[in-house]
Design a binder for this molecule. Structure first.
Ligand code: F6P
Length: 318
């Protein structure tokens, strides 16, 4: 391979820029020509890319978001759209692509592999919902943001003798919620892996109050409840004054932690090495602190690891 393109796709995550920097710099060191694609698969399809310069990536490693932008582009599922993207790559003589994103982005990469483009994927999402890797790029930064926010919410909740429901992101993966619950000592936790009914949440809140908690923090994953309605219901049935906070986008932004920068950097450099060695249609993972690759389609169809141990520990700690 001679020319490689880099794109970020799906929800941005802190550390994506550190990965882009690592890929560009490694490519230059290995004698390749890196290209930056703007706005993910949308930009790839429209030919919105340019040859990277070292100066493009010099100071980006510490920035949140993605400086090459992202997009949700479901149209990429259509073969004729992908054909257009491949034409654009061929016009420029680009033979390989590094995709940084979540599982939707991985599916796009694997389809391109089937159509003759060499690809490699990096897990870039705050959700930590890619089964083959212990951690995704951005997860730890988002978790730190959530924990800092809940610490603040705790102070006001404690001051007012209340309960607060905190809704966190993660799509259908409870990793952000459960890790945040362990880190903050939340009294109640509900995720899609262990979903409580509204009645169970009410019962657990009452129990927490009986056990002497002035403040009751209830962490719930997104897409499970209407948290404002639930707060009203808890208040009506328990007499505990209850509020709801949806943490939202602050979880996705912000400067990446050292951990995410290092993970992204290591994965980025490793991805370029693997492409040069001839690997294609694979995703990069970190497993027990070792970098590995695995077939992208296998990764996408894997079941996420069982979280029983984490839930058990949460129950003991809270
Ligand atoms: O995948 C990252 C994520 O932030 C999820 O946690 C969330 O469900 C989703 O993206 C929201 O996406 P959008 O910003 O496109 O609405």
């Amino acid at each position: 391979i001679k020319k490689i393109a880099i794109l970020t796709s799906g929800g941005d995550s802190p550390g994506m820029n550190s990965a882009v920097r690592a890929i560009v710099n490694t490519a230059f060191k290995k004698g390749l020509e890196p290209y930056l694609v703007y706005e993910g698969y949308l930009g790839l399809t429209n030919g919105n890319f340019k040859k990277a310069e070292k100066s493009d990536v010099k100071l980006i490693g510490s920035l949140g978001g993605t400086v090459i932008y992202s997009a949700r582009f479901p149209e990429f599922k259509k073969v004729e759209v992908r054909k257009k993207a491949i034409e654009k790559l061929k016009e420029e003589g680009i033979d390989a692509l590094v995709t940084i994103g979540g599982d939707g982005s991985y599916i796009g990469a694997s389809k391109l592999t089937e159509m003759g483009i060499k690809t490699i994927g990096l897990p870039g999402t705050i959700d930590n919902d890619i089964a083959s890797t212990d951690y995704t790029i951005g997860f730890h930064t988002a978790l730190d943001t959530i924990v800092r926010s809940i610490d603040q919410i705790r102070e006001t909740t404690e001051s007012h003798n209340r309960a607060t429901i905190v809704e966190v992101m993660g799509r259908f993966c409870g990793d952000l919620a459960i890790h945040a619950a362990i880190a903050t000592g939340a009294q109640v936790l509900s995720t899609s892996e262990r979903k409580l009914t509204e009645e169970e949440i009410i019962k657990e809140s009452q129990k927490a109050r009986k056990e002497g908690n002035r403040s009751i923090i209830i962490i719930v994953s997104e897409y499970l409840y209407d948290v404002n309605a639930l707060a009203k219901k808890i208040e009506a049935e328990t007499n505990i004054e209850t509020r709801a906070t949806i943490l939202g986008y602050p979880q996705r932004g912000g400067r990446p932690t050292a951990e995410d920068r290092i993970l992204a950097g290591r994965m980025g450099a490793f991805a370029v090495e693997k492409l040069i060695e001839g690997e294609t249609g694979v995703a990069v993972n970190i497993v027990n602190n070792k970098l590995t690759t695995k077939d992208i389609m296998e990764v996408v169809s894997m079941n996420r690891p069982n979280k029983d141990e984490l839930f058990k520990q949460y129950d003991l700690i809270k």
